[in-house]
Write a protein that binds this ligand. Structure first.
Ligand code: HEM
Ligand SMILES: N[C@@H](CC(=O)c1ccccc1NC=O)C(=O)O
Length: 260
């Protein structure tokens, strides 16, 4: 069969995937679904790029790593911009279908959790939201045990001849990355002596800043939409989301800035 725009992109299948639950249905529910589905598609693309990036770091491919980092950052930029659209959803518009969401919540986005794990925000408690043995559980379990993007970067630095302690390279990957003074000393040296690798460091800082910015935009959007209501996922809502702010995923890159 000839390939056409619709057959290649599976447009008919794609357009079947937006199924509002409200009576009517309520006008604004479609926007809510479309926004979330587009986030999930971009999460898929980000996981694809970041898995590739881990391989590029392990293979010492500095130029392609930098190129991929720039693409990742551009996608995050778009994800942050998308919050603008959701901010046009007023509290009354959201309330017109919110009860239909029952206990469903962004809490349950397994791709979001996979991204967190890849960035090093490891937390076995996050698995409790999924059924043991299910595909989503297995995906998360695999990511919990796997080296993070930062681990791959440290591996790359070690291959380039930098003195990364063995305790960092062979750490327990299922744990959060802790700041390390030895790594910070290497990074300071990189910033002073290796322009391309320092550009890679800056691209990592850009991404870290974007992750934090997304959280900030999400919590302010939530605050204007549901105020102090509890979250459908069972958390306190805005208060819980505020507690997730200002946690960098690459703390060593922030720690050294006063010494540069
Ligand atoms: C009107 C729009 C939205 C509202 C009112 C909202 C509200 C909330 C609330 C209250 C929570 C806390 C968990 C809970 O108890 O439910 C939460 C978590 C979350 N939301 Fe949203 N959200 C909205 C849109 C989005 C969008 C578009 C995304 C993109 C995928 C998203 C992703 C997430 C994620 C990933 C979490 C978990 C955060 C974490 O645990 O660190 N949300 N949201
Ligand atoms: N947690 C939100 C509901 C919500 O936003 C949501 C519900 C189902 C699927 C995705 C969602 N988005 C992010 O949390 C609330 O408490 O209103």
């Amino acid at each position: 069969m000839t390939v056409t725009y619709s057959s290649y992109l599976k447009v008919d299948e794609l357009l079947q995937c937006q199924q509002p639950l409200s009576e009517g249905p309520e006008h604004d529910e479609l926007l809510f679904i479309v926004i979330h589905q587009s986030y999930e598609l971009w999460f898929k693309q980000l996981l694809h790029e970041l898995d590739f990036l881990v391989r590029l770091f392990n293979g010492g491919e500095r130029n392609r790593a930098l190129h991929t980092l720039k693409r990742v950052e551009t996608i995050y930029h778009t994800l942050i911009q998308q919050v603008d659209i959701l901010e046009t959803l007023t509290p009354l518009e959201f309330m017109s279908f919110r009860d239909r969401l029952a206990s469903a919540s962004g809490f349950q986005s397994f791709q979001f959790r996979e991204l967190e794990f890849l960035f090093g925000a490891k937390d076995p408690k996050k698995l409790e939201n999924y059924k043991p043995g299910s595909e989503h559980y297995q995906r998360l379990e695999r990511r919990l045990q796997a080296p993070t993007l930062w681990d791959a970067f440290l591996n790359f630095l070690a291959q380039e001849g930098h003195e990364i302690p063995l305790s960092e390279l062979e750490r327990d990957f299922s744990r959060v990355t802790e700041p390390s003074r030895a790594v910070q000393k290497v990074l300071i040296d990189v910033y002073r002596n290796d322009p391309l690798v320092s550009e890679i460091c800056e691209a990592l800082v850009d991404i870290d800043a974007s992750l934090q910015q997304w959280r900030y935009r999400h919590v302010k959007m939530v605050e204007r939409t549901i105020g102090s209501k509890m979250g459908t996922g069972g958390s306190s809502g805005v208060g819980y989301l505020q507690s997730t702010l200002f946690k960098p995923v690459f703390p060593d890159l922030w720690a050294i800035r006063a010494e540069l």
